[in-house]
Design a protein. Sequence first.
Length: 319
Amino acid sequence: MNKIIVLIIILIIHCIADNNAQSHILPSGAKLDIYLPKGDRHPSRCAMLIMPGGCYNGIVMNNEGILPAKKCNEDGIPAFVLSYHTRVKFPVPLNDAEEAMLDIKDNAGIYRINPERIGVMGFSAGGHLAATLSTLGKEGCVPAFAVLFYPVISMYDSITHLASRNNIIGSNASDSLKELLSCYQQVAASTPPTFITHGKKDRTVTIKNSQLYFNALKNAGVSAVFHTESNGIHGYSGDVFSETTWMDDYQRFFESLFKTQITVDIKLHDINLTQLNMVMKKELNLDNSINISPRFNLLGRTIKCVPVPPGVYLNQNTQ
């Protein structure tokens, strides 16, 4: 009877954790769960590295790892859920995140993604790790963009989430370490574009954390969007995707990342499609398997053809 009960429990756990993911152990020992879309890739060829929360004491895998990964897949975006080391001190989790980013980039061809378009999505303490990677990540490891859900940002007593702070730097951390890991104090013009959402009724991680980070981003001239959920509590009742009010703002932010208009002016009877393909692929950093033609809308980018003197001219403006 005991064996039957154990088997049933295992089956239940398996059903809950059935994520159709491939698991990959990084050299550091951190685990990367790989979720690849079954259908076509998103036109941008971007990808998402996901960092669940858990106070740096554990990993909230289902609601802040598996669920967002599957949501990314629905949009054709490959997702990678990082089980970083917990109950360890800085910089171990940051090293895990850097290692994961490099691993994804090294295998970009296999995943059919653009290695320069890997974003990071973080929740709560995982949001702190995502912001830390965005501000302190070593060269080649900084994400192209960041999406933060109710993140821990500050390490100072009056604002921080004490359990997360104590788990990552200790209760007696020096002022210099608190400053280093207070992500808003490390924001620079090179910090990636960021979308932040936080509930006004969050009593676990105060919304002041997100406000500080957003203000620092704007002051540094970094593109940023801050959406507040009027009735949102921490974790948005366990499923942020059941709260849909933030999604419109997020969609506009996401689309703006890749909405670059490129105008190709050519004399219509002098069109050299081979030359046009070569120039555009180089400009857009596309692989050779993609063919383009005039009047084709590519990655949210519009190619316009108008009669002008012979030749090909590129004029790129990010909108």
